[in-house]
Design a binder for this molecule. Sequence first.
Ligand code: MN3
Length: 339
Amino acid sequence: MIMRIDRLLTELPPPSEPDPVGAAAVQELLGGKFGEMSTFMNYTYQSFNFRNRQGARPFYDLVASIAAEEFAHIELVAAAINTMLTGAGEGEPGKSGSLKGVKGTRNTQHFIAGGAAALVQDSNNRPWTGDNVFSSGDLVEDLTHNFFLETGARNNKLKVYEMVEHPAARALTGFLLVRGGVHQLAYARALENLTGANLMKLFPSPYIPTDKIPECRPHMKRGQHLCLYRFSPDDFLELSAVFNGTHPETGEKLVIAEQTHPEGVPAHDLPAQRAVFAPGADPEMIAEVAARLRKQAGLPAAPSGVVAGSNGRAVKNGSAPSAKKSTARASKRRKVAVK
Ligand code: MN3
């Protein structure tokens, strides 16, 4: 089973100038053959299908833990696409011409099938398919496939980085290049530990060092290029048996994070888009109903969730928490960390 935390893995900028054409290109990183849907579902099914997992425990733990992070990568790509689409199709619901601004865009389904939102499709609007999942049951084959998948994913991320200049796409690709690099390395190290074959020599990867990309550097400074997370308070404890050695680019030691998962940051509460009926043509009516139901249920009048403020800081009950409070929350999270 999986536990859900209402945070994004990294900070994305708030909506700015909409870029629906760029968003259509970013779709490749979500629903493309080498996109996050593919990494998520490949590792998820490989972990579901893993036989003799006690006998092969460190490898099972590795695949299962990376699968959990990939869920958060899908969430992040969707958030970037939604940010880029915000404002592109905003207008009066039901009025002729409200959506004419997006008539010529690359993926009109973003607005017709969706509410100015991510679809489970690639950059040519083809739906993601389970045919993209390879789960042979053979550990060496599966790990080799995963290494190749991460290598292709990194290639695609670099091309989208080169193609799309929207700040949300830049923040997204900068982060995913760093984390995808760790996953690529994790599968290479697992194979090397299992068979002795060094795949990093077979594929000269990455072709472009991560530290040459400005949007990657802040994440590297925080050590995000070196660590794996377990995404579980008590399970998947054997990662260090296969994820070990040094980073091929920097020579630094690879580590298992002390925190079970990254602290994460609150997502921006993207505004309603009435012309595409998201979350409806009359969002105020939905908010009124929610407020009434909240009252009937004995909940506080203000929503309990946390969203990002316009300055990127967490906002709860309409006000940013003090630095002291958020530090206390971070240290509380760290306490559940297992060495
Ligand atoms: Mn990923």
